[in-house]
Design a binder for this molecule. Structure first.
Ligand code: ZN
Length: 98
């Protein structure tokens, strides 16, 4: 689907506004996609140079299936670094026990 590239962890996508009469191939279904039809742009991890054109309905279907997470959705699955407050408290605790 994305060739040899690693699967992106998250995607940015938006409605495409294309006035170029080109034909793309949708990476989600593999079918052709006329640029002038209503479709969406996918940016793997926000990378504009690797953007792909995809059918709006394919994006919606993939989203419903839990694929194509947004950056916010991906971040929620990641362990958070300790907050400044937690680090300060850890330091205070260490000093107390010394
Ligand atoms: Zn498609």
């Amino acid at each position: 689907m994305l060739g040899r590239m690693a699967e992106p962890r998250w995607w940015h996508f938006r409605r495409a506004q294309n006035l170029k009469p080109a034909t793309y191939r949708c990476p989600l279904c593999g079918r052709q996609l006329p640029a002038l039809s209503e479709h969406m742009l996918l940016f793997p991890e926000g990378d504009r140079t690797r953007r792909r054109h995809a059918h709006t309905e394919c994006v919606m279907k993939a989203r419903k299936a839990g694929r194509l997470p947004t950056r916010e959705e991906w971040l929620k699955t990641q362990p958070r670094p300790p907050s400044v407050w937690q680090r300060v408290m850890a330091r205070v605790k260490r000093r107390d026990s010394a």
